[in-house]
Every structure is written in C-alpha cells, then in structure tokens.
Design a protein around this ligand. Sequence first.
Ligand code: 5AD
Ligand code: SF4
Length: 448
Amino acid sequence: MTQTPAKRLYIKTYGCQMNVYDSERMADVLRPLGYAMTDEAEGADLVVLNTCHIREKATEKVYSELGQIRLMKQRKAEGGGRMTIAVAGCVAQAEGQEILRRQPAVDLVVGPQAYHQLPELIARAHRASGERLSADFAPEEKFDALAGSRQVKGVTAFLTVQEGCDKFCTFCVVPYTRGGEYSRPAGKILDEARQLADQGVREVTLLGQNVNAYDGCDGGLASLARQLAKIPGLDRIRYTTSHPRDMDEALIAAHGELPQLMPYLHLPVQSGSDRILKAMNRGHTADTYLTLIEKIRAARPDIAMSGDFIVGFPGERDSDFEATMNLVRQVQHAGAFSFKYSRRPGTPASAMPGQVADEVKDERLARLNALLNEQQQAFNDSQVGRVLPILFERVGRHAGQLIGRSPYLQSVHVTAPAGLMGQIAQVRIDSAARQSLAGTLVEESVLA
Ligand code: 5AD
Ligand code: SF4
C-alpha cells in the first residue's frame, strides 16, 4: 500500500500566548486531514499566519510577511504545486475583507472563534467557491469542536480557560477582536488538564485575556486552580493575563495556600497616573493597585510581580509619566513589558486630543525600560545563594546543560544529567544576569 505523503503545514504565530495556544489547536484540527508541521514556509502546502492586532507594528508585520509568502506561492505554482494561504487571529477578525483586498494571494481569513471551521474553509478555498471569510463570534462552539485529541511535546503547556474582554480600555482592540468575556466550563478544562498530565506535562499556564475574570465554575479562578492542583503530576500552575479589578480575595488567599500556584503574577497597571488611568477606563487608581499588591504580598511575600505599561497615552504629561515611574519604584518588578501607545483605529483613545509626539514617547519608554531593567536585575541578584526548585524544560546550548524555570519564571542554566529533563530538582543559584540565572544541582535532590 502506498502512503500519501503528508501535506506540509507552516504556522507562524504573532503576539500573545493565546495565539500560541490557538496555533497548536489549529495544528490539531488539521492533523487528521494529513497536515504535518514544517518549520519552513517555502514549499508548504498550507501557510497560516496567526496574527496580532494589538499595536500597529504587529499588524504591518503581517502584511509585509504576506508579501513574501505571495512570492513563495507563485514559485510553488510555477513548479505545478499549490500553496494555500490563511490569515487567522486578531487581524483576521478586525480587518476581514480588507486583507483579501490588500493581498489577493490570501485564500482564506479565519477569526479566532472559527478555527474549528478550518478544514471546511480550506476545502471551500480549494474549490475556489463562495465565502472566503469566517470571523464571527461563538467561543463555545469553538472550544467544543476543538476538544479532545490534544498532542503536546514538552513538560509545560498553555491551557485556555477564558477568552475575550468586557473591560474596554480605551486604547485596546481586544474587546473588538476577541469579543466579550467567555469562560470554558471547568469540567472541560479539567479533562484537558488530565490529558496533558498523562502526556507528561508538569506545569500548565492558564490563559485568558482576563483570566482572573474566569467564572466557569463557582468560586472562579481560585476554585479552578484548587481543582487543578489535585491532578497528579501537575506540580505547577500559572495564569495570565489578569486585571486588577478581578483580583479577588479568594484568588489572593489561594496564592498563600496552594503550593502549586507559582509565586509570579503578571498584573498590568498600564500607568501610575490617576488622570490617565481614568482616560484609559481602567476602573482602578494607582492607590488601589498599590493596596492590592500589598494584600497579595501579605498572602505570598515572595511573589514576583510583572506588568504592562503604556507610555505616551493621549494627554500624558511629564507629571503623569513621573507618576508611572513612581509607581514602578514602589512595586519593584521582577520583569515587565512596556509599550509606546499605538493608535488603533476604532478605539476611543485614537480620537482623543493630545496625541503625544513620537520623540517624547521614545524618551519616556527608554527611561521606563532602564528602570524596569534595573529592577529585573536586582530581583535576579536577590536569588543568588538561594536554593530553588527548578523544572527542567529543554537542553541548553552547551554540552551537558539543561535549562529550566524557577518558581518566579526565571530561566536557569544548570549542568545536569539529561535524565532530569521534565523533572524538578533543587538548584543553588550561583549567578544572575538580567534575563537568566545560572546554578548548580544540589546533589541530594538528584537522588531523591
Ligand atoms: N498601544 C500600546 N500598547 C497597547 N497595549 C494594548 N493596546 C495597546 C495600544 N493601543 C498593551 C497593553 C496590554 C498589552 C497586551 O499590550 O499594555 O496590557
Ligand atoms: Fe485590552 Fe483592557 Fe481588556 Fe486588557 S483589560 S484586553 S488591555 S481592554
């Protein structure tokens, strides 16, 4: 019997971890159709760009990549082959038909809620008939259709528990591209988590645009985390991204009580100025944020804090920016992401007066980054001499080296036997750079 050669699938993922998760699930639904992943777009039978719309740069990258892929499609056609090009993700949701107009080589556009329809959309594109677009919202259908048959390779995995956002921060496209808040039922999440644990996953990161708004079971995210913690083999639980408004008492308490809940929290504040926070429609002040951090640290004193910041939001004066710098100094971050405000069409802030000049944004971003980098280095330095449990995830560049993660999400480079891959071992931290730590195995832990 001759076997049909696998069709080659290339997926390029932009943006957030939700997209990384979605890309894996797209590969899952396409596998039964004979598609196997390849690392090269050139020559692939199906190219999927899973896109990000959050800032203008991210969107523009997609169009320039499509320009390259169009040429690959031409080359393949000259050799008698066929390449199908699909645009998925938030640009697909937001721009829809516009993509097909700007880049006619694109065969289909599929929004984040319609990935389960991919096989059908591809078949339709091949017949070159009818609708080339599917960008409507029905998250429940999506998750039901994607359930089961998940294949993972590593010891860490993402697990989407919630999608969408009802917060409508005035700068942000997510409520428009991902739709309203939707939580998957806890039973389905627990099933998926058990499947992951059976495949050797030791750490799950629960994903959601507003993950701590999760309400797929009584007791919300705290209760979900407690149920997940009971699954044998799942030693570590993380979640991202949270909103300060949804950081409830139960979740804070869980950080103090659940050893599986890792002491690392990504809790974006965006700005330290109350005037700007109001214009952003964040629903919290600098003070309420700082009080929240105090409570969280009371429950879990060693928690590592991370966040997102935007500089140059419309109307941001020097004094507002200084308020952000002040807040950063008070929180002391283990890491953070900072962005220049990017004007997104259709969002309220894009029409606000007082748009800030790019040079001013650049200067503020550089100062903020310098401070955040300093804090990250200081946090890493503070771990030197400590013994931390490290989950080994991948091999390092040097012979005999493994790379793992600390509870605080730091990368740790260690000389260790290959057999420790996928295991948690005690490591003494010897040195710290800004992006990673180096350490030595504590011998007893290898025997344990
Ligand atoms: N401009 C700059 N940064 C933005 N973010 C979201 N929208 C914008 C925008 N229009 C940032 C926020 C958010 C992160 C995912 O991206 O900080 O938390
Ligand atoms: Fe965007 Fe705000 Fe929702 Fe986060 S909370 S996804 S920044 S609207």
